[in-house]
Design a binder for this molecule. Sequence first.
Ligand SMILES: [Zn+2]
Length: 386
Amino acid sequence: MLTLIKGGKIFTPEDIGICDILVAGEKIVGMAPGIDPPTGVAMDLIDAAGMTIAPGFVDLHVHLLGGGGEAGFGSRTPEIRLSRITRAGVTTVVGCLGTDNISRTPEALLAKAFQLESEGISAYVYTGSYHLPPVTITGSVKKDIALIPKVVGVGEIAVSDHRSSQPTIDDLLRVAADARVGGLIGGKAGLVHLHMGDGPRGLEPVFRMVRESEIPISQFLPTHVTRNRSLFEQTLEFAALGGYLDITAGGDGLDFSISTGDALKQVLEAGIGLDKVSISSDANGSMPVFDEAGKVVRLAVADIQQLYLDWRNLHRSGLPLTDTLALVTSNPARRTGLFHRKGSLDPGKDADLLILTPDLEIDTVMARGRIMIQNGRHIVKGTFES
Ligand SMILES: [Zn+2]
């Protein structure tokens, strides 16, 4: 099936001006001004004049199976559904387990990724969970990453958090080494994705891993870094050394100290390039608020829509669209080793794209060449969504 999208203003995320996009099957096959519709071939035509076209968002931290359970079984958060993902403009997710690796397993997470893929988007996973030694599918982080196509790394491993397995530096280094070697063998990112808690050690264990091993700093990606001020200051130091950072969307609504907009301002003031930064949703993870005795006083669940809302607010705060788009498209695709297929609009890449109104509302979502949302309405929903 061919689709020709005419006359949109294209951000790849680079601004390349007004261009047509030709899609064949799941791929972008042409991008140029004034592409003529081929004759004698069935084709859908989309008029995108006056609209902005951007890559579909890549969300590298989604609790596909739900998470939580930190206040008993009644606090288990639900699985994510396809229509919530596409409604947020997300066409690629990377799933993770969280605190609960008793009732939620890497096998179930992988199966959920297969389900989302069959429903039309692209889905990948991390092996492991909060805890070390890691739960895996094959019995080894190295083998999971090297041999299972959908596994891009290990995580989210909890560090400096009362819910962690209180890993030592040696524990952490062992799993990071496995991720690195598995990534090298399998041609993957082998990312070590770190959930940062609000413990006073902050990023110190991550600095130690970098200092005390040969593993490159780029192997690590700490997230939830805007949780408190001292953690974020450490994160800026980490980025100044060449490290990457991932910001959880909607942090200011989660009792985090720093909003996404303020965090980016501080990143720029510190002279750090925005290419070091990604934003993810933490969707369907539980957001427990603990009192000083460590007792849960409030429960909430993170919403993937927050990724879109944070992104749109950033644009309204005056940052250029090329920069704000990279935070949710090309940067997370690079971190997870998916950039050869995902995170930008280029011939040969998957046809994952958004058509946005002048107000940056989502009009159309295309995932792997298939229209999922059109005129703001769902065309495709999940298998069991009415
Ligand atoms: Zn987390």
